[in-house]
Ligand binder design. Structure first.
Ligand code: NAP
Ligand code: MG
Length: 479
């Protein structure tokens, strides 16, 4: 069946106002960078320059850490219920201005507006509400154990869920009495800068939240700053390893949320049409720029042909294009660099012998785009079955028995997430019990809640974000 043609339904960008140039947010106000250096953030769907952002150097990071130290003197003495009030205020303001944030997120990062509007922003607000609720319950939650915040926390986040990763980090850190220096990704700094404006608006005491924009060198300055008591990092495994080595000799806290190569296991007794929807959501959500994406489809051998047939038909209905069009399913690839990485890994997969299916669709002439893609006839040794592609590319492997499914699923350096599709509850439990993954979804995928801890095993990192476990990432607990 041909897909229906919809008229365009473009979300207006008139709600956002972007400045041509931004400074850092330090000591409660925006300031020009000591480095005098700027880089440009572009819209990946149009390649248009949206703004110049400051590149933080050693001195900029130093000012931010000093500001956070001063902020800590006030914040650590602010009563828990007062801290909660600020977080509730931030949560409500985020809700009030969620359309503006969603449009800005889609412009700067390329994700479809229906995702930034219906997923990212509601989750961002939910995280601030959730952790606001914890702020005055910490003392009673660890029995007689003494709990203390770390102090100044350095937080470094990636570009795939820019504001949501900020929320996952900033909300629990502030709720537990720490102060923050945050470094957003260089391709997606704009929603973090808008968030800094909200901090001003709610009157958050100076120095409690500091934002230093820039690139990897800025992140490295933050990691190596002596005034930091804890680093919380989300990003690639390679940078995670660098950070772990860099802080190795210092007595500071560290949590790493890194990459993944999740198995999405479909048994032959699964409801296949539902599983197809789950598999599509698992890999094509956010252009596949998702650390917990179900990027390895594990199909029981006897349903392989039927499933692939259904999956290809469903993939063909996906709409690729303008992120601000409300009908768009797949937006722009976040950067030229990421597009090149995806293209090169897919070419390698074809050369290795994988069979590639890509949907037929027109792509805009400007911007960075990649057609939803599916590999079959893949050997577990191929790079496309091992490396995180971080794009809209699904790799299929097959298995015959549950034991074999588990073996293939665990045959990876990563251990972040997994999915299991079967009508039998006992099989779900049997399989989940044996999977080395921090999060396992059954008959669904990519479901998130602030109360549910998220994090990995093996090269996917350590530490948890979300829930009571997530608070522990920002507290020192002594018995
Ligand atoms: P990345 O290259 O590791 O970058 C992450 C952040 O680290 C960015 O802000 C980056 O700055 C900064 N950075 C780069 N080099 C640094 C250095 N030497 N020292 C300190 N900071 C440095 O990762 P990415 O490509 O942005 O993000 C994709 C990766 O994140 C994927 O592997 C994905 O799986 C992972 N991820 C994991 C989770 C999770 O919860 N486990 C969630 C989302 C994403 P620049 O932007 O300027 O390079
Ligand atoms: Mg950008």
């Amino acid at each position: 069946m041909d897909k229906w043609e919809y008229s365009e339904s473009i979300e207006s960008d008139s709600i956002v106002s972007i400045q041509s140039k931004y400074g850092h947010f330090i000591d409660g106000k925006f300031s020009t960078p000591n480095s005098k250096k700027y880089l440009k953030t572009v819209s990946p769907s149009t390649e248009e320059v949206l703004a110049s952002i400051s590149v933080g150097n050693k001195n900029d990071v130093d000012s931010a850490v000093n500001s956070a130290k001063e902020g800590f003197k006030i914040w650590s003495k602010t009563s828990p219920s007062e801290r909660a009030k600020y977080l509730y205020k931030l949560a409500r303001l985020i809700q009030e201005r969620s359309r503006e944030f969603a449009v800005l997120e889609s412009m700067d990062g390329g994700k479809p507006i229906k995702e930034s509007r219906d997923f990212d922003l509601p989750q961002v607000a939910a995280n601030f509400f959730y952790f606001a609720g914890w702020a005055d319950k910490l003392d009673i939650s660890w029995g007689t154990k003494e709990i203390k915040p770390y102090g100044v926390v350095g937080q470094i986040i990636p570009w795939n869920f820019p504001l949501l990763m900020l929320a996952w980090k900033v909300a629990p850190a502030l709720a537990t009495g720490n102060t923050v220096v945050l470094k957003p990704a260089e391709t997606t700094p704009l929603t973090a800068l808008l968030f800094a404006e909200l901090c001003e608006e709610v009157g958050l005491p100076k120095g409690v939240f500091n934002l230093v924009t820039g690139d990897g060198t800025t992140g490295s300055e933050l990691v190596n700053h002596e005034g930091i008591s804890k680093i919380a990092f989300t990003g690639s495994t390679s940078v995670g390893k660098y950070i772990q080595n860099a802080v190795g000799e210092r007595d500071i806290g560290l949590t790493l949320e890194l990459g993944g190569k999740a198995a999405n296991i479909v048994y032959n007794d699964a409801a296949l049409d539902q599983a197809v929807e789950g598999v599509v959501n698992g890999i094509f959500f956010n252009q596949g720029h998702v650390c917990c994406a179900g990027s390895r489809l594990l199909l029981q051998e006897d349903i392989h042909d039927e499933f692939i047939n259904k999956l290809e038909k469903r993939m063909q209905t996906l709409r690729v294009g303008n992120p601000l069009d409300k009908n768009t399913d797949i937006g722009a690839i976040n950067s030229k660099e990421q597009l090149d990485k995806i293209t090169s890994l897919v070419n390698e997969g074809v050369n290795d012998g994988g069979e590639l299916f890509q949907i037929e669709c027109a792509l805009p002439s400007e911007g960075y785009w990649y057609r939803p893609s599916l590999f079959t006839n893949v050997q577990p040794s191929y790079n496309i079955a091992r490396e995180e592609i971080f794009g809209p590319v699904l790799t299929t492997l097959t298995f015959r028995t549950p034991e074999e499914a588990v073996e293939i699923a665990n045959n990876t350096e990563y251990g972040l997430s997994a999915g299991v599709w079967t009508e039998k509850g006992s099989k779900i439990l049997w399989t989940a019990d044996r999977l080395d993954a921090g999060v396992i979804w059954a008959n669904t995928f990519n479901k998130f809640d602030p109360s549910s801890p998220f994090g990995g095993y093996k090269e996917s990192g350590f530490g948890r974000e979300g829930g009571r476990h997530g608070l522990l990432s920002y507290l020192k607990v002594r018995s």
